[in-house]
Design a binder for this molecule. Structure first.
Ligand SMILES: [Zn+2]
Length: 468
């Protein structure tokens, strides 16, 4: 394609357009900035297909560097290493990683807002903050290099799901301090897809845009997408024929295979799980490929371990444990062995998609989310798994835990009107729950549309009424 620069108000160099007219080139500085920000440098398919040996070599060389960097720049790491009598030079290979002290969420909270910075504050390009439900949030900082790396990783994640230039991405993650919205946005820039920064909420408008703009890719929380199933029906849309969706990327809360099935069946798209957390840049740390069998974690940027949450000992791959991440190139705020509180399992086997980056099983839940009911561990995701497998159970449910002499678990489930007084149906739900949870739950059937919906992000599905 030839573009006449003389008539273009914004002349650009490659890769945006091709021209041989030297005289109309913009100044070198602008051209480089454009290229480096949004140009093809960010698009990184080669990185997705690194071979195992190459991955380990990159991990180890980056590990040596980041450990020395964190030790010399961040007082907290210097103190931790000194207290543990670990010399940064002694961390040479992946086998030495276990010597590195853990970083935990309270370290980030205690150093609010920017006590863990490794660079002068005037080098920061961006700040985000986690949604602190109690007290101060966690502030995360990015240099220009950090933002570029993050964009590249999210771009890789989108590319892995099959999103391409030409796709129209309706990004329904919240824009703002939350990393979800802008993270996906940067990733879309990296691969050159069209982004619609719809942000969260305003369901009627979302559906209208989805239809009118012929959106092909949606990104939001899985619970919001489930909500859109019934919202689209209520607005008179046919979810399969009125929309042109082909890929959905859902994350920021745990979800189950059964919910995936419901979303895929309703909209006729392929649903992918995406993993990330604001402490680790944001979304795009891990992604499901087309195999939909575990999430690849970008191993050249994150070392992933699983540990026993009670003892801190490393658990071998294939066994469940708490995920621990070491960021290998974070400049503004290096994080070594960060305890995520998320429980999962690491797989090292090769994936059929040809990518060797380690996979993790879909997150079962944060260890913080785990409910202990009468001494039994219960994850809300287990309840969801059971419910969504039962025909005629609606997409919405609520878990209520209370205490009256003993801990009690009640589950409210939306069902069609003809099932409302069906005691055998309620008993079946109770039995299925018992088979998985090993505790008896009271099941209450309620009418469709009566339980609270999540319109702006994460669902509030658990109500714990027990005195703290
Ligand atoms: Zn794969």
């Amino acid at each position: 394609m030839r573009v006449d620069h003389a008539v273009s108000p914004w002349p650009l160099r490659e890769p945006f357009c091709v021209s041989s007219s030297r005289g109309n080139r913009p100044k070198q500085f602008n051209a480089n900035l454009n290229r480096r920000w949004w140009g093809r440098l960010l698009f990184d398919r080669r990185g997705q297909f690194l071979k195992p040996k190459e991955l380990v070599r990159i991990e180890e060389s980056k590990l040596r560097k980041i450990v020395r960097y964190a030790y010399s720049k961040v007082p907290l790491y210097r103190r931790r290493f000194d207290e543990a009598h670990v010399k940064p030079e002694s961390i040479r290979s992946l086998d030495d990683l276990a010597k590195v002290p853990f970083t935990v969420k309270t370290d980030l909270r205690d150093n609010y807002p920017l006590g863990l910075l490794a660079v002068p504050a005037n080098r920061l390009y961006s700040l985000h903050a986690s949604s602190g439900t109690t007290g101060k949030p966690i502030v995360v900082a990015y240099t220009r290099g950090d933002l570029l790396r993050w964009a590249t990783l999210v771009g890789r994640a989108l590319d892995t799901t099959g999103v391409r230039k030409g796709d129209i991405i309706q990004n329904m993650y919240g824009y703002g301090l939350f990393t979800g919205g802008l993270g996906i946005h940067y990733g879309a820039r990296a691969i050159g897809a069209t982004i619609v920064p719809a942000s969260s909420g305003n369901t009627k408008k979302q559906l209208m845009l989805m239809k009118d703009l012929r959106t092909t890719v949606v990104t939001c929380t899985p619970s919001y997408m489930v909500y859109l199933i019934e919202a689209s029906k209520a607005e008179g849309y046919d979810a399969k024929t009125d929309f042109a969706l082909r890929i959905g990327i859902f994350g920021a809360e745990p979800w189950s295979e059964e919910v995936r099935k419901r979303i895929q069946d309703a909209f006729g798209l392929r649903a992918h799980d995406i993993f990330g957390m604001s402490e680790l840049y944001g979304p795009g740390v891990g992604i499901e490929c087309e195999q939909q069998n575990g999430l690849h974690i970008w191993q050249d940027e994150f070392i992933t371990e699983t540990i026993n949450p009670n003892t801190g000992e490393v658990v071998e791959p294939g066994k469940e444990g708490e995920l621990v991440f070491t960021m290998l190139s974070r400049e503004a705020m290096p994080l070594l062995r960060y305890r995520s509180r998320d429980l999962s399992t690491i797989y090292e086997e090769e994936c059929a998609c040809g990518r060797y980056h380690n996979r993790i099983k879909r997150i079962k839940g944060r260890s913080d989310d785990m409910l202990i009911i009468g001494g039994v561990n219960v994850f809300p995701s287990q309840v969801e798994h059971v419910l969504m497998n039962i025909r005629d159970v609606g997409d919405q449910y609520q878990i209520i835990v209370s205490h009256k002499e003993l801990d009690r678990l009640a589950v409210k489930v939306e069902v069609p009107t003809n099932r409302l007084n069906d005691t055998t149906f309620a008993k079946k739900i109770r039995d299925d729950l018992f088979a998985v949870l090993s505790i008896h739950a009271e099941v209450e059937l309620v009418e469709l549309g009566t339980l609270p919906r999540s319109e702006v992000g994460k669902a509030l599905r658990v109500v714990d009424l027990r005195p703290k």
